[in-house]
Design a protein around this ligand. Structure first.
Ligand code: FES
Ligand code: FES
Length: 313
């Protein structure tokens, strides 16, 4: 189960919208991503988050029937509108049943990370255009990325939706060779109930925040980390390069030097993480708390340094 972050009362607004046919009212920050509200506040983890940047389409939901990337929709924009997630597609038979069946028989859901976005987008297309051309399918699905299937199986699955297809676990006797089998774990992927690492958190898990450089190369130095920890009692630890066994070895090996992800107290940055801080209660996030003690904001980009030479301060 994911936990929603605690949002100060003065930053909250009460928002009402319909999700999968039910009216919901929540108090949250108006600018919070709809994808987070769906997953963390409403527990609808069928909506996946791949990039949080509008690139991958895994978070696609229907907003008044139109597919949108929920990671780009502020919660306030959903106020008064109807949202449909992959969990809500089950109430749209027979189209959705047929689409699921087609995804199963074509092997269009492999790891399944993109599948909710694909199913939501395909449903929107098929509701408006029951017999789309291949070009229309490709155009509609173009905003959802898949790293497994090569897209061909997904396109065929959408084109064959509505045709009679078998999801039998075993082929009929005498027809086994060359027959495509339905994946044993396929059903959970096409009904949005598959669980991935980002879909659950142990209640004692630490939230690791990776602090990245805003410059691709720059010099920086940390401030007083002990004082920072004292002033932020919820933060359990701050990890830097000194806490990584073997990091020194990595830096000395020229072929691995650029792989050392954590930097020392003083030294150059190369766009990688230089510090991890853990807070109890939620999950891995990327960003830099404004109170973090480093002079990174005023760091000077180091344009003159040659690639591959990274002396430590
Ligand atoms: S998570 Fe929204 S587009 Fe990738
Ligand atoms: S099935 Fe794995 S990303 Fe599409």
């Amino acid at each position: 189960m994911l936990t929603a972050p605690t949002i100060p009362a003065d930053l909250q607004a009460t928002l009402g919208f319909t999700v999968n046919g039910k009216l919901v009212t929540i108090a949250t920050a108006p600018g919070r991503r709809l994808s987070r509200v769906l997953r963390e506040d409403l527990g609808l983890i069928g909506t996946k988050v791949g990039c949080d940047a509008g690139d991958c389409g895994a978070c696609t939901v229907l907003l008044d029937g139109d597919p949108v990337c929920s990671c780009l929709v502020p919660a306030a924009q959903a106020e008064g509108h109807a949202i449909t997630t992959v969990e809500g597609l089950a109430s749209r038979p027979p189209l959705y049943n047929s689409l699921q069946c087609s995804f199963l028989t074509h092997g269009a859901a492999q790891c399944g990370a993109c599948t909710p976005g694909m199913l939501v987008t395909a449903t929107a297309l098929l509701e408006k255009t029951p017999q789309p051309s291949e070009a229309e399918v490709m155009d509609a699905l173009g905003g959802v990325l898949c790293r497994c299937t090569g897209y061909r199986k997904i396109i065929s699955a959408v084109l064959d939706t509505g045709k009679e297809q078998s999801t039998a676990a075993s082929p009929a006797a005498g027809f086994a060779v060359g027959t495509r089998l339905v994946r044993l774990d396929g059903q959970r992927k096409v009904d949005g109930t598959e669980i991935y690492g980002a879909d659950q958190t142990h209640e004692d898990a630490l939230n690791v925040r990776v602090i990245r450089s805003p410059h691709h190369r720059a010099k920086f130095c940390f401030g007083d980390l002990d004082k920072f920890l004292r002033n932020h009692p919820g933060i359990q630890a701050v990890f830097t390069a000194r806490d990584v066994p073997g990091n020194e070895l990595l830096r000395r090996n020229s072929s691995l030097r650029r792989s050392a992800c954590l930097r020392r107290r003083r030294g150059p940055l190369s766009g990688r993480s230089r510090c991890h801080a853990g807070r109890r209660g939620s999950r891995h996030r990327v960003g830099r708390p404004s109170s973090f003690p480093s002079d990174l904001a005023s760091a000077r980009p180091d344009h003159n340094r040659r690639r591959g030479t990274q002396p430590e301060g």
